[in-house]
Design a protein around this ligand. Structure first.
Ligand code: HEC
Length: 193
């Protein structure tokens, strides 16, 4: 076989593989995305806000927290999930290991616009980040437990958490969501069938 026949044969085999397994590459990519901790977690289990979540993650939903007085909410919360997490949750009611959920917390502004009295996100206060990991990969790290890593980040510092212990900083507030994998799923239309 000369070189060009050989390379033609290779191309033919490659094309056949693509025809036979059209989804395998996409499937692998989606899995790698949703299982890849490294974008948000270092070897010691320190979490950071994933840099590209606004463009590469999937939108889950939003919340507004009513102000004690005055018009409009005092905060908006906007929540994103890493690629693949939604599809997996819809199948079996659990987020797969490696899933990352990011919640942005905004101060709001409220003013009259042509649609009425309207509130919108004005100033980012920071992020809550949760990273799914059911194996005990970071024993002794107090920001991991109940199947997740948990951290808060002030707006100025997406790489260094101010949280020290999820049992104090997060857990009791998330207990009402324990049966839905610790996530407040009722606010997220994409998770419903
Ligand atoms: C005061 C109670 C409270 C505390 C403390 C709290 N959470 Fe939450 N969290 C909630 C509630 C309620 C929601 C959904 C409604 C909302 O955003 O207002 C939520 C939503 C979230 C979300 C979006 C996904 C979901 O569960 O719906 C993430 C991520 C999150 N919290 C992470 C954390 C982390 C990490 C900590 C600790 C560093 C923490 N939270 C501390 C009450 C709390």
């Amino acid at each position: 076989m000369n070189t060009s026949t050989y390379s033609r044969a290779l191309v033919a085999v490659a094309s056949l593989l693509v025809l036979l397994f059209p989804c395998s590459r996409g499937g692998m990519t989606a899995m790698a995305d949703s299982h890849d901790h490294s974008v948000a977690v270092d070897a010691a289990g320190n979490i950071r806000v994933p840099a590209d979540y606004r463009t590469s993650y999937q939108f889950l939903g939003s919340w507004s927290v009513a102000a004690h007085q005055g018009q409009g909410p005092k905060e908006f919360h906007t929540v994103y999930a890493s690629p693949g997490a939604i599809a997996h949750y819809r199948k079996d009611g659990l987020f797969p290991d490696g899933s990352i959920v990011v919640k942005e917390v905004f101060e709001t502004a409220t003013e009259d616009m042509t649609t009425g009295t309207v509130s919108y996100s004005q100033k980012l206060k920071g992020w809550f980040v949760m990273v799914k990991e059911t194996s005990d990969r970071h024993p002794g790290n107090k920001l991991w437990g109940d199947g997740w890593g948990w951290s808060w980040f002030d707006a100025g510092d997406p790489t260094k958490t101010t949280s020290t212990d999820y049992k104090v900083d997060c857990r009791s507030c998330h207990l009402p969501a324990q049966t839905s994998d610790w996530i407040y799923v009722k606010g997220y239309p994409p998770l419903a069938e």
